[in-house]
Write a protein that binds this ligand. Structure first.
Ligand code: GLN
Length: 534
């Protein structure tokens, strides 16, 4: 039987509910339990695929092709699992499903309402995810902050879930923020009290309160929170700011979060069996080192670092595995003239994915710089497209461009719409998505990195290298080092005479784990270190 841990948030957004949930999951996993995770996003979009990264950060792609919330990335990295797309529930999905059922006549005669129809649908989506995967425990994180109008049907459904599944099988964890007022010289618990009150007004009493704070809070303060929020004193957990998100499971473990939860929902575990050794060595590998490798990420969404969160984490994992520290410099590509002085300061350049023409100019300049100066460069999806356009322009295809950016006939579309995408008119879930195989060609940098003939990686794109130009560019030194198994699509490209110039059509960042750095990221940083030492 699956048990449920429901995580809500209060006071402010962005307090790290996702990391807290993932950390709780990691601790429970250390007891040998099978852990799943669900993220609920109360917005009306069906998925996050049509959201600008400025809204909620990167779009995380699951193995089965769901464009989902970035918290699924935290769960996958912390739990070292691959979560199915059904792990992301949105208001859009819930309502669409209920309305489809109504049109089918499934509720014939009934007036379709939030309670019970919407709440039943929410519970059924949660249970389905739990059943299909046979989890021992499933974490259900409710996005947003308690009190948001959009969250109300979800809170009601979760309250019902506790009643139906039983008190011993469902618990609520409320994550709040305890601010420190410099002027008063003290922590303030009132926001936590208020947000707990707000939660209790929905009929939900939290079983545990995780207090995020800048500095440690003492037992007196914990007692006060326990008293005013009506929870046990050992249910008040302090999660102070950590220097790395990977430290959070260890911090929470020290606060006895695992024991409290296991006792509360009656998990049959042996506390002495907890094994966080691997996690401790991950944290150790991220500690301060003598060597710092500096990488520039050249993109247009740089004001919000969460836009490139999986890429940044994948770089951190790779740096950890090489025993060096990472310094990321974000460089704006939406400019007429790229900041070349900033580029001159780094050991490697990464061009992430993206959509639309805005910002491409700067990406092309970065590629030009990397070619001219033999700087390691890693292009992902649109990054690879930029590499092919610039390399094409420098090698006899003067007007090389992508038909994503210009429908004019006066460009040469070295990047073009994937053939079977040409008929698609609708937006949302229509791109080439999810895991697909890629054949790696021997004697290439890609092969040295993977050391495997066949790999599978996650995709999210509609455009690809137009193979009409493959031969022409190969003659000029382009190396195709990865293709689809039938050789019809180019998946990885390199340059023969370059220290490390590699572009891939897929998104390797989604599969990187702190304990299993992705081979392409490791190979890229390894080359960047060689460039650095030169
Ligand atoms: N916009 C490009 C495409 O749709 C690249 C997408 C991406 O970078 N993921 O093909």
């Amino acid at each position: 039987m699956t048990k449920y841990i429901i995580i809500t948030g209060g006071v402010v957004s962005s307090i790290g509910k996702g990391i807290t949930s993932a950390s709780i999951g990691r601790i429970l996993r250390s007891y040998g339990l099978k852990i799943g995770a669900i993220k609920i996003d109360p917005y009306l979009n069906w998925d996050s695929g049509t959201l600008n990264p400025y809204q909620h950060g990167e779009v995380f792609v699951t193995y089965d092709g769901m464009e989902s919330d970035l918290d699924l990335g935290h769960y996958e990295r912390f739990l070292d699992v691959e979560l199915p797309g059904v792990s992301n529930i949105t208001t859009g999905k819930v309502y669409k499903s209920v309305i489809e059922k109504e049109r089918n006549g499934d509720f014939l005669g009934a007036c379709v309402q939030i309670i019970p129809h919407i709440t039943d649908e929410i519970k059924s989506m949660i249970r389905k995810t739990a059943d299909v995967n046979n989890y021992d425990v499933i974490l259900v994180e409710l996005g947003g902050t308690v009190g948001d109008i959009e969250s109300q049907p979800f809170l009601e459904a979760l309250r019902q879930l506790r009643n139906e599944e039983g008190h011993d099988n469902v618990m609520f964890v409320h994550v709040t923020f305890v601010p420190y007022l410099e002027a008063a010289g003290e922590f303030k618990t009132k926001p936590t009290q208020h947000s707990t009150k707000e939660l209790r007004s929905t009929g939900i009493n939290p079983d545990m309160i995780v207090c995020r704070s800048q500095n440690p809070i003492d037992d007196g303060l914990k007692r006060k929170i326990a008293h005013f929020c009506d929870v046990a004193i050992d249910a008040v957990i302090n999660a102070q700011d950590a220097s790395s998100i990977y430290e959070v499971p260890l911090e929470l473990y020290k606060e006895h979060v695992g024991e409290f939860i296991a006792n509360r929902i009656k998990l049959d575990v042996d506390f002495a069996s907890a094994n966080l050794d691997q996690w401790e060595s991950i944290v150790k590998s991220l500690e301060k080192q003598d060597t710092v490798v500096k990488i520039a990420i050249v993109g247009k969404y740089i004001e919000l670092e969460d836009s490139y969160i999986s890429i940044r984490e994948a770089l951190i994992h790779a740096a950890g595995s090489l025993g060096v520290n990472l310094d990321v410099e974000y460089i704006d590509s939406d400019v007429d003239a790229l900041d070349l002085d900033a580029l001159a300061n780094v050991h490697g350049i990464l061009i992430p994915g993206g959509f639309g023409e805005r910002g491409v100019n700067g990406k092309l300049q970065a590629v030009k710089y990397a070619i001219a100066n033999n700087v390691p460069i890693f292009g992902i999806s649109l990054g690879m497209h930029s590499m092919l356009i610039e390399f094409g322009r420098e090698n006899g295809i003067k007007d090389a461009y992508s038909s994503e950016f210009s429908k004019n006939t006066n460009i040469t579309p070295v990047i073009d719409l994937i053939k079977n995408q040409k008929k698609i008119k609708k937006m949302g879930g229509t791109m080439y998505l999810g895991t697909h195989d890629c054949r790696i060609i021997k004697d290439t940098k890609a092969y040295s990195a993977y050391n495997q003939d066949l790999v599978s990686e996650r995709h999210r794109h509609s455009y690809e290298f137009n193979t009409d130009y493959r031969e022409k560019l190969e003659e000029k030194g382009l190396v195709v080092s990865g293709t689809s198994p039938d050789n019809s699509s180019v998946e990885i490209i390199e340059l023969k005479n370059h220290l490390w110039f590699l572009g891939c059509q897929f998104h390797p960042e989604f599969k990187s784990r702190p304990n299993k750095a992705h081979p392409l990221f490791v190979s890229f940083l390894d080359a960047s270190l060689r460039y650095f030492e030169k």
